[in-house]
Write a protein that binds this ligand. Structure first.
Ligand code: HAX
Length: 426
């Protein structure tokens, strides 16, 4: 068995060597060109970032370290973190050791709950999550080590320390935010006998007599773990950390990006969309009613939440994993059934509409319907779960970036005049 730290210690010299060699021998090779449309269009398709933890293929979707996410949907999120960091799944002993590390660090500093309680009663749960994480910045071992003159070669170890602390505590922050924001009573303490996902469910305080809600949580935290480094939240996190701001700053900042409606907030909007449809038609709608509703939405200039993607061009495999879970656990749920009916009609409507490059559903189209089934009905909380999971990927990406001594991010921007000049020269 190799603990996460031992495995990283063994791998990092080779990793530095292979990148060093590549840069020396092939540093001038052109990877991508950038058109004016791309410079003005969110840099779509420009290859200008390096990320080894995961990759998103337009058709096959997310793979973590080369393994399709659907092959991994029976793994627990702690194992996925080990995989993200090292490229291998842990054996039983390494997994137990990682879980023990997390359990040993999960008690929240008392001031976090005070900070959350002091926030306005109508704060968005994402604001509470991000604030709770940022409040703990004073705990950063990276910041402390840096102030004490830590060697550059040791940055990754301090990052790993901050990662383990953050992963251990983020579920406590998220659960406390839920209980305070929605008047569920005092925050609940962590239970060290439970795994990361099971403990999170337990701290939310939502009864789970069958254990299936904990299974859904493990699946949720696994499926949302990472999505390359170019998406808004990961890219923001990478950029902040490239200034050697520690992970509390970087993760909190990245999650602020996740809170946008075109990114992580879509899952809150998806279930609201489903609930509105059910209300309007007084129950499970027919296909004709769904088509009517979809066209009304599009004609009002709005997007169909949960459909389309900046990179994917097929049904998101994470959608498929959730769908299989729903078929097994709650096939008769009104919300899950409506999501299934939408899946039948929306791609055709979007194709006819002719704008979206991808008419297929992304992960956000379905996750809320399953959470709703288990009694997590506060839709504004859904992005928090996404954020908790994404902390795994953000931390893994950061550990590797610090191991490789990644420099500060600084792309070049151009003015309108420069664009015109380039256009004229062409
Ligand atoms: N409904 C209606 N129109 C859509 C659409 C949808 N679901 N998806 C894309 N379009 C429209 C775009 O608004 C755009 O219109 P304009 O030319 O008028 O601006 C046009 O189709 C082309 O867009 P695109 O190239 O296909 O998509 P983008 O890469 O620009 O955007 C989005 C990708 C995910 C933001 C987009 O598909 C969308 O808004 N979807 C709905 C919201 C959503 O589900 N977001 C979650 C995405 C997953 C994620 O990141 N989660 O965190």
């Amino acid at each position: 068995m190799a603990t996460l730290k031992a495995k990283l210690q063994e791998q990092i010299p080779g990793l530095r060597e292979k990148y060093g060699q590549l840069l020396k021998e092939s540093g001038d090779v052109v990877l991508s060109k950038v058109t004016i449309a791309q410079a003005c269009g969110g840099m779509r398709g420009v290859k200008g970032l390096v990320c080894d933890t995961s990759s998103v293929d337009p058709d096959a979707g997310l793979s973590v370290r080369g393994r399709g996410i659907q092959e991994l949907d029976d793994q627990i999120p702690e194992a996925i973190f080990y995989l993200l960091c090292t490229g291998d799944l842990p054996d039983a002993e390494a997994l137990a050791s990682l879980q023990a590390e997390i359990k040993a660090r999960q008690e929240l500093p008392g001031y976090v709950v005070d900070v959350l309680r002091a926030m306005p009663a109508n704060s968005h749960p994402m604001t509470m999550l991000d604030t709770g994480i940022l409040a703990m910045q004073c705990e950063s071992k990276f910041a402390q080590g840096y102030a004490e003159g830590m060697q550059k070669s040791a940055y990754w170890e301090a990052s790993l320390e901050d990662s383990l602390d953050l992963i251990a505590r983020v579920t406590g922050v998220a659960a406390a935010a839920y209980r305070i924001r929605f008047g569920k009573g005092d925050p609940l303490a962590a239970d060290p006998s439970l795994d990361w996902g099971g403990n999170y469910v337990n701290m939310l305080g939502i009864p789970d007599s069958t254990g299936e809600f904990a299974n859904l949580m493990r699946l949720y935290l696994t499926l949302h773990c990472d999505h390359e480094s170019g998406n808004v939240s990961a890219n923001t996190c990478v950029t902040i950390a490239s200034a050697l701001s520690d992970l509390y700053y970087a993760v909190s900042g990245g999650l602020n990006g996740l809170a946008g409606p075109l990114h992580g907030l879509a899952n809150q909007e998806c279930l609201a969309f489903v609930l509105e449809i059910i209300k309007r038609y007084g129950g499970r709608p027919t296909d004709e009613q769904l088509i009517e509703y979809a066209w009304e939405t599009l004609n009002a200039g709005k997007v169909i939440p949960g459909y389309g993607h900046a990179v994917l061009r097929a049904t998101d495999p994470r959608f498929a994993s959730f769908r299989a879970f729903g078929e097994r656990v709650c096939p008769d749920s009104l919300q899950f059934g409506t999501v299934n009916s939408l899946y039948k009609v929306i791609p055709g409507v979007l194709q006819e509409h002719g704008k979206a490059k991808n008419p297929w559903p992304n992960v956000d189209a379905i996750s809320g319907s399953l959470l709703y089934h288990f009694g997590l009905t506060e839709t504004s909380y859904y992005t928090v779960l996404f954020g908790v999971s994404r902390v795994l990927g953000m931390c893994a990406q950061n550990i590797i970036a610090r191991a490789l001594g990644a420099p500060i991010t600084r792309p070049k921007s151009v003015t309108y005049e420069m664009l015109v000049e380039a256009a004229e020269a062409a």
